[in-house]
Design a protein around this ligand. Structure first.
Ligand code: ADP
Ligand code: ADP
Ligand code: MG
Length: 650
């Protein structure tokens, strides 16, 4: 068995791997960039090695640094996690050349699946069903257009080097083909440095169902059943589950056998996932699924499989990398109950799901779920990396129970300090079609407006927020102090986006407050277990943060508390400049000189680390100047936009 393992990754997956390694008595070495010196994965590991500046291209993507760090600490093996170096065959070869063990497949297997066109040709030869399409090397527009016509519209133009849903265009008619091809190629060139595409039939009512496979170094391959990943937004997974709704033993065996055949055809070793596109228009059929791609690594959503098999996939990876045979034979692999995983991100749903940053001023997970996370309360979601906060995983004896637990776990998750997609996930977990198992990859897009609708906070939430804002949210009795340091009656102003509420609070004695909003009145009484508002229990716990207050009631309801003193302190030029938080491409400037902007309004879009970041106004004001034009490459801290200095309004 491996005695010491270096984890060449960060965030939740580094923590996930460390947890199992520790449980197996394996020593752990973390690596970290400047941005991660205080990160959870560094704290969890036995040792940690600094590998460079925050930019992944100068740290986590440098294979030589990883190998040097392993050598320096005496680690014999390297686990790549997902992303970064996990699917880089040159790295795998360099690891072997250094006399170290790579926890993953051989370089040749990664290469065989690296480009989608070659992988599909190879799979077709191995007898794995492949979506009808053109996977050839002739990339002339005439050939591609002809292939599209032959295949029959609608078709999908796909970057052969694609990943993460990038470089893909659905084309409805021949008339749209030229434009779609050009834009797919441009995106592929930008994201992967390779403009080549393939053409395939667009499967209507598509479902994404994938099979977890494992191979060992002794020629054995098994599958660990399927995962349904059809709940996607822009081809990216949002909620995954196992088993797939409507799956039968017959279809599972057919898909499992095809996945095992795919892995065997390329001499696969370790954990991998064979992704299939499934025609869901008329239930699942044994001949209604086609190979899409193989991910030659541990997948983000692997915990779903762990929940329904009771197995630890990282343990399997480490045992296989140590030369052991597969721990179980195909017919010994359990399938118990049902599981879901939701991906919780720091992102601004209202602004089109733009990645967000911020300090996690408050973070508490529900005990209803397994929560795999790489951050703690107080940590910063930096703009440098994937903004995933956690994966929330629930299990139950049946699909309805597991799904109810997911809703409950999401509703109970308390996060403050950054915007997140938790309200969206919670709404999705209560979607009637999803609950009925009627999933396809278009579900989210069709119902996006409903799923992302900004609800207004209920009255009880507003009153609870005002109570938290008015006094120290301290144990019973302490509210008596309210009368000592504050006027007997005061008005608390709460703001949320462009809405605001003025709640009048009157102290009636220890732990008794009369709250009034727009003529509605409630007597609020503090008890040991929280506030009573009228006769009802307050809707949830609340946290007072710097300049804001958050009530956790089904979702985090955040309110800004405008500080009447703040205006005086915010003059001076630095408060007037919006600068670039990191190096990147200024994709778009959304304002012009003379525009009046509200606090929080989007001013510009910066593209960095293959993600888009919205730069927002930190205060209301008037745009004085736009200092950099859209399309420019900018350095960190470059001034981009200047707001007019605040004058003292009388
Ligand atoms: P998966 O197929 O494992 O569910 P996705 O396809 O949803 O993963 O993710 C898109 C890609 O982004 C994946 O190929 C993964 O390698 C990469 N990725 C996801 N999270 C991270 C991360 N925290 N760091 C680096 N890369 C990541
Ligand atoms: P990536 O490498 O970006 O993950 P995939 O080939 O795995 O690319 O496809 C990503 C997603 O695009 C799938 O999960 C599915 O939602 C959709 N998709 C891919 N191929 C097809 C197809 N032939 N018909 C319909 N949808 C497809
Ligand atoms: Mg994929």
């Amino acid at each position: 068995m491996i005695r010491k393992l270096l984890i060449a990754n960060r965030g939740e997956i580094a923590c996930r791997v460390i947890r199992t390694a520790r449980a197996m008595g394996i020593g752990t070495v973390a690596v970290y960039s400047d941005a991660d010196a205080g990160a959870l994965h560094v704290e969890m590991a036995d040792e940690a090695v600094h590998v460079g500046p925050p930019a992944p291209s100068e740290s986590y993507l440098l294979g030589d640094r990883m190998i040097a760090a392993a050598r320096a600490t005496g680690a014999e093996a390297i686990h790549p996690g997902y992303g970064f170096l996990s699917e880089n065959p040159d790295f795998v070869e360099a690891v072997a050349a250094a006399g170290l063990t790579f926890v993953g497949p051989p370089a040749a297997a990664i290469r065989a699946m690296g480009l989608k066109d070659a992988a599909k040709r190879r799979m077709a030869e191995a007898g794995v069903p492949v979506v009808p399409g053109y996977h050839g090397t002739d990339q002339s527009e005439a050939t591609l257009a002809e292939a599209a016509a032959r295949i029959g519209y609608p078709v999908l133009v796909k970057a052969v080097a694609g990943g993460g849903g990038k470089g893909m265009r659905r084309v409805e008619t021949a008339a749209e083909f030229t434009d779609a091809l050009a834009s797919a190629r441009a995106e592929a060139q930008g994201a992967f440095g390779n403009p080549d595409v393939l053409i395939e039939k667009y499967i209507e009512h598509p479902r994404h169902i994938e099979i977890q496979v494992f191979g060992d170094g002794h020629g054995n391959v098994v599958h660990l059943h399927e995962r349904e990943c059809s709940l996607q937004r822009r081809h990216q997974k949002v909620i995954e589950e196992a088993p797939a709704p409507g799956m039968t033993e017959e279809i599972r065996q057919a898909m499992g056998a095809a996945a095992v055949r795919a892995a065997q055809a390329i001499g696969y070793v370790g954990a991998g996932t064979v992704e299939f596109i499934v025609d869901g228009s008329d239930g699942l059929r044994p001949d209604g699924f086609w190979f899409m791609e193989m991910n030659t690594r541990l997948q983000v959503e692997h915990p779903v499989t762990e929940a329904v098999t009771g197995l630890d996939l990282v343990e399997w990876q480490l045992r296989i990398a140590s030369g052991e045979p597969l721990p179980l034979a195909q017919d010994e692999i359990p399938l118990l109950g049902h599981a879901f995983e939701a991906r919780l991100y720091a992102e601004d749903v209202a602004a089109g799901f733009l990645p967000a940053t911020g300090r996690l001023a408050h973070l508490r997970f529900s005990n209803m779920a397994r929560s795999d996370s790489g951050v703690r309360e107080g940590d910063e979601i930096s703009p440098w990396y994937d903004p995933m906060i956690a994966k929330v995983i629930t299990h139950g004896p049946s699909r309805p129970v597991a799904l109810a637990r997911l809703s409950r776990a999401l509703a109970e998750t308390e996060i403050a300090g950054t915007v997140t997609n938790i309200g969206f996930l919670e709404a999705l977990s209560r979607h009637p079609g999803f609950a009925a198992g009627a999933v396809d990859t278009g579900l989210i897009a069709r119902d996006l407006a409903t799923l992302t609708a900004e609800a207004s906070p209920p009255l009880a939430v507003i009153l609870r927020a005002a109570l938290a804002a008015a006094g120290p949210d301290a144990p019973p009795g302490a509210f008596a102090g309210f009368t000592l340091w504050a006027p007997l009656e005061r008005v608390v102003r709460l703001e949320r986006g462009d809405k605001s509420w003025d709640v009048r609070l009157a102290s009636l004695g220890p732990d008794r407050v009369r709250a009034e909003l727009d003529g509605a009145e409630a007597l609020c009484r503090r008890r040991k277990d929280g506030w009573l508002i009228g006769e009802a229990r307050a809707p949830g716990p609340a946290r007072r943060l710097d300049g804001s207050v958050v009530v956790f009631a089904g979702q985090p309801w955040a309110f800004d508390l405008p500080d009447p003193l703040a205006r005086a302190g915010s003059s001076g030029t630095s408060g007037n400049i919006v600068d670039a938080p990191m190096p990147g491409l200024l994709r778009d400037v959304l304002v012009e000189p003379g525009d009046t902007v509200a606090k929080g309004e989007r001013l510009a879009i910066l593209e960095a680390m293959k993600m888009e970041h919205a730069l927002v106004a930190t205060r209301a004001g008037v745009i004085e100047a736009v200092l950099v034009a859209a399309g420019a490459q900018v350095a960190a801290h470059d001034p981009l936009i200047r707001l007019a200095a605040e004058t003292d309004h009388a």
